[in-house]
Design a protein around this ligand. Structure first.
Ligand SMILES: [Zn+2]
Length: 434
C-alpha cells in the first residue's frame, strides 16, 4: 500500500466520521420536530410517534458518542502509522566501537524496487569485526545489516508484487545485488558480478539495521507461512555454509572436518547434513559451542586439550580428512587444516577472521592439497536455502538465541566485539520494544 493510498484512507475515514455526525444531527432534528408535533396533538397515534422518536433520538445519541471517539482513535492511529513510515530509525556505524541511532526520511521505492519493513536482521561476525575496526570492511556513516527478512510495505511504480503476495508475506532478502548482464551473471555466478553490491557491506548500499530498507524486488525470496518469520534472517548465513560445502565438492557419505562451531561453522554442518555428508567432525575450543554443535550428531573435538590429529585419523583414516572447511580463517586454523587434510584433499577457506594469513606453503605444494576460497553464494543457492528454511527444519530450532531492538543493540555489539557474548545468533528486531 503506498503512502498516498494510506493518507487517502485517513482522509476518507475523517470524511466518514463527519458524515456520521451530520447524519446523526439531522436524524435528531427530525426526531425533535416529531416530538414537538406530539406535544401539540396528544392523540393516541401521535403519542406512539412521540415515544418512538424519543427512543430513536436516545439510540442515535448514544451510538454517536460511541462511534465518533472510535473513528477519531482510528484516524489518530493511521496518522501515527503514516508519520512512522515517513521517518525511519536506523543504526549508524560511526567508527570503531561506536554506533548511534538516527532518524532518517523513509525512502520511496523506484521501479523494480520494494520498501521492505524489516522483521529481523541477524548480526553477522563480519559486522562485529567491521564494528571493532579489525577488518576495515565497514565505513563510518554506513548502515550495516545484510541477513534480513521482512514484509513488503510498498512497491515502486510499474512494479508487480511477487506471485502469491499478501500483506503478511515474509521474504528473505538476498543481499547480493548484481547487474544480471556480465559474464559472471550469465554463468549463474552473480556473487562475482563485475558490478556487485552487497547490502550493509558496500558503503553505498543502505543495510537493514533499520525500520525499512529498499531492495530490488527480484532479491525477495518467499519463506512461506509455515515458519517463524525471524528464521528468514537465517537464510543468508545458511546459504554461506551451503555454498562452502558445495565449493568443497563433498558428496553423500564422505567425511568432513569443520573448523569452528560459531554461526558459520554451524551453518556448514547443517549444509553437510542437507547434502548427506558424513561423518562430520568439528574442531572447536569453546566448551559451550562444542556442546551445542555436538547436539547436531557430530563429533565435537577440543583442538587444545584433545588429540585432534589422532581423532581425525580414527574417523577419516590414516591419511587424514579428504575435506576440510575452515570457518574461522586465522593462521592457526589454516595450520590445522593443512596438517589434518589428506594429500590431494580439499581445504575450503571460508572464515575471514584475519585479513592476512601465513602458512606452511610446502605443506600445500608438496602434498598437492587444494586450497579453495568461498564467499557468499549464488542466487540459486540462496533460493534453495530459502526453500529449505521454509520447511521449518527441526535443526534450526534454538539457532536464534537472542533478540535485541534499538535499546540494546549498541550494548550487544560491544559485548560481541569484546568476545564476551558467544550467542549463536543474535537478531535485531527493529519493530520490537527491546
Ligand atoms: Zn553481473
Amino acid at each position: 500500500m503506498s503512502l498516498d493510498v494510506l493518507s487517502s484512507k485517513a482522509a476518507c475515514c475523517l470524511a466518514l466520521s463527519s458524515a456520521r455526525v451530520g447524519n446523526a444531527l439531522i436524524e435528531l432534528s427530525v426526531s425533535r420536530i416529531l416530538s414537538i408535533a406530539a406535544l401539540i396533538n396528544s392523540s393516541g397515534f401521535t403519542c406512539l410517534v412521540f415515544k418512538a422518536s424519543t427512543a430513536c433520538s436516545a439510540v442515535i445519541l448514544i451510538s454517536s458518542f460511541i462511534s465518533i471517539p472510535h473513528n477519531w482513535l482510528r484516524i489518530y492511529s493511521l496518522l501515527q502509522d503514516y508519520k512512522k513510515r515517513c521517518t525511519l530509525r536506523a543504526v549508524v556505524y560511526e567508527g570503531p566501537n561506536k554506533l548511534s541511532i538516527k532518524e532518517r526520511e523513509t525512502p520511496t521505492p523506484k521501479q523494480g524496487e520494494a520498501l521492505v519493513k524489516v522483521t529481523a536482521n541477524g548480526i553477522c561476525g563480519s559486522d562485529i569485526h567491521g564494528y571493532t575496526g579489525e577488518t576495515g570492511r565497514r565505513v563510518p556513516g554506513m548502515i550495516m545489516g545484510h541477513e534480513f527478512v521482512g514484509t513488503i510495505a510498498d512497491i515502486g511504480p510499474n512494479t508487480e508484487y511477487p506471485e502469491g503476495w499478501h500483506d503478511q508475506s515474509q521474504y528473505a532478502v538476498n543481499p547480493v545485488m548484481s547487474d544480471g548482464i556480465c559474464d559472471f551473471c550469465k554463468a549463474g555466478l552473480n556473487h562475482h558480478c563485475r558490478n556487485r553490491l552487497i547490502f550493509g557491506v558496500s558503503p553505498s548500499v543502505v543495510g537493514a539495521f533499520s525500520d525499512y530498507v529498499i531492495a530490488p524486488i527480484q532479491n525477495l525470496i518467499s519463506i512461506g507461512d509455515k515458519v517463524d518469520p525471524e528464521w528468514g534472517a537465517l537464510v543468508e548465513p545458511m546459504s554461506v555454509g551451503y555454498h562452502a560445502a558445495k565449493r568443497a565438492g563433498i558428496g553423500p557419505g564422505e567425511p568432513l572436518l569443520v573448523i569452528g562451531a560459531g554461526p558459520i561453522g554451524t551453518a556448514v554442518v547443517l549444509a553437510a547434513r542437507r547434502l548427506g555428508t558424513g561423518p562430520v567432525i568439528v574442531s572447536e575450543p569453546n566448551p559451550e559451542r562444542r556442546d551445542r554443535i555436538a547436539a547436531l550428531d557430530v563429533t565435537a573435538i577440543d583442538p587444545i586439550n584433545d588429540d585432534l590429529p589422532a581423532r581425525v585419523k580414527d574417523l577419516c583414516g590414516d591419511l587424514g580428512a579428504q575435506f576440510v572447511i575452515d570457518a574461522v580463517g586465522s593462521s592457526r586454523t589454516l595450520a590445522d587444516s593443512l596438517s589434518l587434510c589428506s594429500p590431494r584433499g580439499t581445504m575450503v577457506l571460508l572464515g575471514m577472521h584475519e585479513p592476512t594469513l601465513s602458512f606452511d606453503s610446502y605443506a600445500l605444494s608438496v602434498a598437492e592439497r587444494h586450497l579453495v576460497g568461498s564467499f557468499c553464494y549464488t542466487a540459486e543457492e540462496f533460493k534453495e536455502t530459502a526453500e529449505w528454511v521454509a520447511t521449518a527444519p527441526r535443526e534450526l530450532e534454538g539457532f536464534i538465541s537472542t533478540r535485541v531492538g534499538y535499546g540494546q543493540i549498541s550494548e550487544r555489539f560491544a559485548l560481541q566485539g569484546k568476545g564476551e557474548d558467544l550467542s549463536l545468533k543474535v537478531v535485531f528486531t527493529p519493530h520490537s520494544d527491546n
